[in-house]
Design a protein around this ligand. Structure first.
Ligand code: AMP
Ligand code: MG
Length: 328
């Protein structure tokens, strides 16, 4: 909790401080294990935010791998019939896996569980345990045919790497459908801007400094997702060493790629969320190369030493600490 709040505060401060006379409607929601802050302007904002809140709770329950969620049923039964929504999301997840060479992989679930990131019973597993869990990891182990999902025996899925991004997409859709043309939601590190600020200027989203304190920079966006994956968002310490929640599916260990955080800016919440996780695993050089080859998004990388690297498309929308530009 404590680790999430400074970012929210920063994001909000920037979002709210500059919107002219009118006061926004604001709602705080606790879901998907994080604090979410929903902000919208206009006389339809209150009702729209209530719909968004309901939708977030619905998605949380549907995608959860606890209890009655569809992911839970898939994991329990090694597959089965799921809603079009869940099938569609799993397909999108597999596409991101394919395109990132498996740096993003929702079958990482058995490894996530070993480290205790799922049930918060944190521990450092043995090499043998990791090797055994890794045998079940691989996006090729998932097949989706219509609404029918099949998993290779022993494989399990974890949609935690894109669930918030998906919820942010749905939040934006619902705000628009409910007549809101200016709003912003921050779902624990996943920000989605709808339209621009009331004064027509872009929304300003803070990029957290991994060490806390002042934010590292601000990115200005309209109708965009801004999603950060960082090693400070969820972690535990054992014998003076930090272990964070973003797992490298190659090694089964928390990704040690020389980065503290990756922020992805693009119009799709799901893609931004999947890619922020994937680029974190890839590290700066592979991540920059991926951007050059694929495009369709921009990114801010913060390295272990605090250095900031931004892709060329953000040059006019990022301001803050000194940075290096990643060119095409
Ligand atoms: P995010 O906070 O979006 O970077 O996603 C991290 C969450 O996704 C973790 O808490 C795990 O549940 C899951 N996860 C961890 N590593 C990966 C990975 N390499 N690919 C897909 N999901 C992952
Ligand atoms: Mg993610």
């Amino acid at each position: 909790m404590k680790r999430i709040l400074p970012f929210l505060a920063a994001a909000l401060l920037l979002a709210a401080g500059c919107a002219g006379e009118e006061k926004p409607s604001v709602k705080t929601v606790f879901a998907m294990d994080t604090v979410m802050e929903l902000t919208a302007y206009g006389n339809k904002a209150e009702a729209a935010l209530s719909s968004v809140e309901k939708e977030i709770f619905r998605i949380d329950a549907a995608l959860d791998r606890r209890d009655s969620g569809e992911a839970a049923a898939v994991n329990e039964n090694g597959g089965g019939k799921v809603s079009d929504e869940t099938a569609g999301l799993i397909k999108r997840a597999v596409e991101i896996s394919r395109s990132t060479g498996g740096a993003f992989d929702i079958t990482v679930a058995p490894v996530v569980d070993l480290w205790g990131f799922y049930d918060k019973a944190y521990r450092v597993p043995s090499e043998q345990e990791i090797a055994a869990a890794l045998e079940k990891v691989g996006y090729e182990n998932i097949s989706v045919d219509g609404g029918e999902v099949k998993l290779k025996p022993g494989s399990r899925i974890d949609l935690g790497g894109i669930a918030k991004g998906y919820a942010s997409e749905r939040a934006a859709e619902l705000l628009r459908e409910n007549g809101v043309s200016s709003g912003i939601v921050s779902l624990g590190g996943n920000v989605m801007a709808v339209g621009s600020r009331l004064d027509g200027k872009p929304w300003r989203v803070a990029v957290q400094n991994p060490d806390g304190g002042e934010y590292a920079g601000v990115v200005e966006v309209r109708d965009m997702a801004v999603v950060t994956s960082g090693d400070y968002q969820r972690f535990f310490e054992k014998d003076g060493k930090r272990y964070h929640h973003i797992i490298d599916p190659e090694t089964g260990f928390p990704a040690d790629s020389g980065l503290r955080s990756v922020t992805v800016v693009c119009s799709s919440g799901v893609l931004a969320d999947g890619l922020s996780t994937a680029l974190f695993v890839m590290g700066l050089d592979r991540g920059a190369q991926y951007w050059r080859e694929n495009g369709g998004f921009e990114a801010i990388f913060i390295a272990d030493g605090g250095e900031i690297y931004i892709t060329a498309g953000l040059e006019n929308s990022f301001s803050g600490n000194e940075y290096k530009l990643i060119e095409k």
